[in-house]
Design a protein around this ligand. Structure first.
Ligand SMILES: Cc1cc2nc3c(=O)[nH]c(=O)nc-3n(C[C@H](O)[C@H](O)[C@H](O)COP(=O)(O)OP(=O)(O)OC[C@H]3O[C@@H](n4cnc5c(N)ncnc54)[C@H](O)[C@@H]3O)c2cc1C
Length: 368
């Protein structure tokens, strides 16, 4: 997964590294993948069952997948809209972070849906982008600092006593009662396993036929003045995303940089993520298009400098619904991920739900 990839520079950092330690030969519960989902699940598991051994294996560094390269817009709904029994995602998200003592700079003032017809009366956002792009609806939502949420979740997991391993990819899983996880040099026995590998390892997670991986892009501008923010309609600091095409989403950062994102590089195989370089090929072309769009949205954006360009994987199912179910090969394994671009809040919320399901305290949903 490391390869010679170049996913660009993000405007935040993940300030946590796992302390190296020997691998355990066996554990009660294993989590594979150290993004929002895996870290939240591991921390929650150990918090609910401190007497059980919990280990988390991350192939790269925490946040090496979507979570570290995300946009950080927190939304209540799934990419497929309402899901039966989903519950209050944003309310639970805040509560979980509070209970785990994670300061993720969560701000939930609402979010704007943008469209090219039927603007809201007094719509604050009025831009030019393949027609007149305006705020058409306000929905629950807001923003987080992804670096802080990742570091905070990792610290919470460590505090609770989770054995954390970075640069420790699981190369194979063998399902026979217990689950055997094979790393480069070891075979480890786990009573139960959560696969939180999202856009990677689709075969191991049983997702090859269910989901596909793509690479999506974001840019951040130089800090804007308050006057510029007022002019472009972002003074309320509400994130936004389009409900029609061409797609565009964005948000403000604490220092008044604005992030804009759009574009998908479709991949034949998730392994292409390991060599994807944003300075070449389709990704480079899509960055040029995105920057042209940003500069053309509003006269106040015409000359703003782009200071950060980055991208990361998203995992999408054909119906846009997340996968949250038993592994097809084992009752002792759960697969959670593929949020189709809506995973910031759901990953943490459903990660904790997965922990409760592993402990037999909560049933899995039926979203198949
Ligand atoms: C540019 C961009 C913008 C986005 N914007 C938003 C947004 O604004 N709002 C929103 O809701 N969603 C957004 N998303 C999606 C959101 O970031 C993801 O849904 C979410 O981060 C998924 O978290 P995760 O933990 O499930 O997956 P990931 O963060 O991808 O974690 C999976 C982890 O598993 C590890 N791994 C993989 N294979 C193995 C293995 N074999 N062994 C061990 N570890 C392994 C990976 O290294 C990775 O760290 C965006 C995504 C991108 C890329």
């Amino acid at each position: 997964m490391s390869g010679n990839k170049n996913w660009g520079k993000r405007p935040w950092t993940v300030e946590f590294r796992a302390t190296p330690r020997p691998l355990p030969a066996a554990m009660d519960f294993a989590v594979v993948g150290g993004g929002f989902t895996g870290l939240a699940a591991a921390a929650w598991l150990k918090r609910l069952a401190p007497e059980k051994s919990v280990a988390l294996f991350e192939a790269g560094q925490f946040g090496a997948g979507s979570s570290g390269y995300t946009g950080g817009v927190a939304l209540a709904e799934s990419a497929a809209g309402e899901l039966p029994g989903l519950g209050d995602v944003l309310g639970r998200y805040q509560k979980i972070l509070r209970e785990l003592e994670v300061d993720g700079e969560v701000s939930l003032p609402g979010a704007y849906e943008l469209g090219r017809s039927a603007p809201l009366a007094n719509a604050p956002i009025r831009w030019k982008d393949s027609g007149d792009l305006c705020a058409v609806k306000e929905v629950p939502g807001g923003t987080i600092n992804p670096g802080k949420v990742l570091s905070g979740l990792a610290r919470a997991a460590e505090r609770a006593g989770v054995m954390l391993f970075e640069d420790c990819g699981v190369e194979e899983a063998v399902f026979a009662g217990q689950v055997e996880l094979r790393t480069k040099n070891s075979a480890l026995q786990a009573g139960k396993v959560l696969f939180a590998t999202n856009a990677f390892a689709l075969e191991m997670a049983g997702l090859r036929e269910r989901a596909g991986s793509a690479f999506t892009l974001a840019v951040a501008t130089q800090p804007l003045t308050d006057a510029q923010l007022r002019e472009i309609g972002l003074a309320e600091r509400k994130p936004f995303y389009t409900v029609d095409l061409p797609y565009l989403w964005g948000r403000l950062l604490a220092g008044n940089q604005v992030i804009f994102g759009s574009g998908l590089v479709f991949l034949q195989d998730w392994r292409e993520l390991g060599t994807l370089d944003i300075e070449h090929g389709e990704a480079a072309e899509l960055f040029e298009q995105l920057e042209r769009r940003v500069h053309g949205l509003h006269p106040a954006l015409k000359d703003v400098e782009i200071t950060h360009r980055w991208g990361g994987p998203i995992c999408m199912t054909w119906e846009w619904k997340p996968v949250f179910e038993r592994h097809p090969e084992s009752e002792n394994a759960i697969v959670l991920g593929a949020y189709s671009g809506h995973g910031v809040a759901q990953s943490v919320y459903l990660g904790c739900w997965a922990a409760e399901a592993i402990l037999g305290r909560k049933a899995l949903p039926n979203w198949k």
